[in-house]
Design a protein around this ligand. Structure first.
Ligand SMILES: NC(=O)c1ccc[n+]([C@@H]2O[C@H](COP(=O)([O-])OP(=O)(O)OC[C@H]3O[C@@H](n4cnc5c(N)ncnc54)[C@H](O)[C@@H]3O)[C@@H](O)[C@H]2O)c1
Length: 96
């Protein structure tokens, strides 16, 4: 697998379930993780947990079905700016 240390992952639907698991997996590989979800409380909870594991994390409230909301969130840009990191790795599990 590629070296993901210090890269940035953007995980949508990350407040629970598969997305939360993916966020933890990226953090375990040393990624900083932007967690986006309609459930901002859940997103903030997992972001705090990941910060406790020694990576940077940013919680963003975002409904991925709303283009305007995704554009407003601009989470990838925000994380890249905050972390001065290289290219972003995005993962977007399907949402039921
Ligand atoms: N859990 C499984 O074993 C399993 C197996 C096969 C398929 N799936 C499918 O995978 C998907 C995710 O499953 P899960 O178990 O992680 O579900 P989940 O409900 O635990 O997690 C989905 C997350 O997506 C968020 N979300 C929903 N709509 C959103 C939107 N418009 N914008 C942003 N975030 C949004 C929710 O708030 C939640 O945090 C579902 O479509 C499910 O049917 C799950």
């Amino acid at each position: 697998m590629h070296d993901l240390n210090d890269r940035v992952a953007v995980v949508t639907g990350a407040a629970s379930g598969i997305g939360r698991g993916i966020a933890r997996a990226f953090a375990a590989k040393g990624c900083h993780v932007a967690v986006a979800d309609v459930d901002v409380a859940g997103a903030e909870e997992i972001a705090r947990e990941l910060e406790g594991r020694g990576v940077r994390s940013l919680a963003v409230q975002c409904d991925v079905t709303e283009l305007a909301a995704v554009e407003r969130a601009s989470f990838a840009t925000s994380v890249e700016a905050e972390t001065d990191s290289g290219p972003v790795v995005r993962t977007e599990p399907s949402l039921g």
